[in-house]
Design a protein around this ligand. Sequence first.
Ligand code: SF4
Length: 737
Amino acid sequence: MSDKLSRRDFLKLAGVGAASTAVLTGCGPASRSVKREPYMQMPEYTYNGLSTYYATTCRECAAGCGLVVRTSQGRAIKTEGNANNPLNLGKTCARGQATLHGLYNPDRVTDPIKRTRGNASGDIVTWENATQIVADALKNNKPEEIAFLMGMAPDHLFDLVADLANSTGINAPVRFGALNMFESRATLSKAAENLFGEAGLPFFDVGGAQVVFSFGANFLETWLSPVSYTRGFAGLREGQTKKRGTFVQFESRMSSTAGKADEWMPLRPGTEALVALAIGRLASELRGGSMPRAFADVDPLEAASKSGIKLETLEHLAEMFANSTGALAIPGGTALGQSNGLAVAEAVLALNAIADNFGKPGGVFFSALAPNQTEYQRSASVKEMQEFVQQMADGKFKVLFVHGLNPIFELPASLDFKNALKNVEQVISFATFPDETALESDYVFPDHHGLESWGYQRVATGSAQPVLSGAQPVVSPFYNTRATADVLIAAAQLASGKFAEALPFQDEVEFLQSKISPLMSEADGFFSAADIDTFAAYFQQYGGWWKLSDGRAVPNSADVLNRSLSSAEAEFAGEGEFFFVPFVSPTLAEAGANKPWLQELPDPTTTVMWNTWVEINPVTAEELGLKDDDVVTITSEAGVLEVPVYRYPAIRPDTIAIPFGQGHTAYGRYATALDENGKIIKRGVNPTDLLGQHFNEAGDLAFAGMKVNIKKTGKKQLLSRLESIMGVYGVGLGEEK
Ligand code: SF4
């Protein structure tokens, strides 16, 4: 039990709300100090054969979905979505389910370690030593020589480090993640600023729409908040007026999202802005009146010729959009990851002005700011990361703390993060798993797994209501790990002076309570309480706090159609013959490769498991003399990869695609492979190795702006796939087809 909450008080709280009476809080694994005991003396609420349930937050991506975790005898057994949390309303994606495979992963970092960079092993140090090392790093370097690099999630640890930075003058923490790169969040925010006069993350009400045009947004896979958008998609299909909504996807490769569309438009990469503006012009003509300036300069015939979409098809699409009472256009994904990505985002957002849907059901909003948040806090673009890496290379940082991301794997190799790291005197990683960046660090002081942790996370988008998802330990920590917040608080006390003043807390729980206590007096909350202990207990029990009202803001769309918009096509880097589309694996994403359930989950479009492939249209494959499983080299201006072929009919003949998720050289046994001598080798490849440093106007990487060449190697590598005539798990391996 919490030391301030009596057992009787707790039982009163646990009984609040019929739907949540089984969700426990304030005791068992959630206790501040955990006494290790044999199961002969089980902790309170742990009974043979009886499950207990804890509400917490999924940490597998930055969306912040609420979970309810079933535990039995101190072990987490099953995760489900938290039905109370307005973001995901009881649902999760596959990665949310597989978070248990991170918890039980046999390759977790089990103790604080002092390492020699590049070596797989290291020497265990005590937590007292580790805390002193962190304290010395803070105290013995100038503030401008200390940097924190953190994951995408706007969570309590980010707030703690931001507070530390504000008070002591050390560099403000930088947040980044590969998904941010593939989502082009800076582009979305900048386009909103240009069109509406205010930066922010747009929210698209798919569930309330009747017709949805998505230009590259893979919102049923990993984009922004996939569980929330999948719920919205279910709403679209059910129809607000009991009429099944229509969905059209524009992209050169049929993604898993496009596979659910009524119509797939495989346009030529780089022509998305042109096509969006042409549809805008044709739809405006159908609606009558004067032609808006935004669409006045575009020629639909030219758009048809350049994009490869027939004029009749563009006219049909314009009619569909103009005649619907609930049309919605979404820019995202590969469409924004090009040199003209900002123009694409603006052109597609402007289509919504024809539908006059801003701030209306089925339309475009600004995402609700989370509780305690006054403005949208965007994570860093790749351009900003390029500047960060340059500062590392220039020796500006003497000490670098890394938490919640694996930049050596997640950033394009062309940024050369690994080399720049050599010019940082001291690198301290808080990694839970032995990833590539942890191996290049001097110390690894492992944080608990998310299911062993306290915390909260701001929901950046996906919910109409402002949501702060809450986290609590659902099991006792399995290993000798420690909450990074506790390490930093203790180190700040040791460093004394301004550091101790910046974090004057007994521990992480006290810090969390200081952050959520202002919510007690906020109106319109899901719950309230007169004192912080009761409020914090509710916070744990329900899995966070949220407002009951709609917090989305209405964009100012007055001038959207009155400005000239660019229809310029994208420029592509490199001399290659083929457009290159790297896309995020819907099953693995950036951190799923060390979870066997996710490796085992067939890719939704190709059914490939445990490996990487390159998708090539069968017509192109025929011309190049390629069959399935033939290994080819893919060459860009930035790098070369070897990868087996998957002939994929749903991709343009001039385009090839490779999923992002594999290609680890570390990160545990499931993420890597062994050669015949038992040496650890890569499992699959990382397509970001092919990406050069080209950016759009918002500073996002033009990751879909490269051209590549293909060459047959004569080698073969059989891919395990569910649909394979060779069978699964290598049945028939070695036999010629
Ligand atoms: S969308 Fe992200 S936060 Fe939500 S369940 Fe999936 S991985 Fe977890």
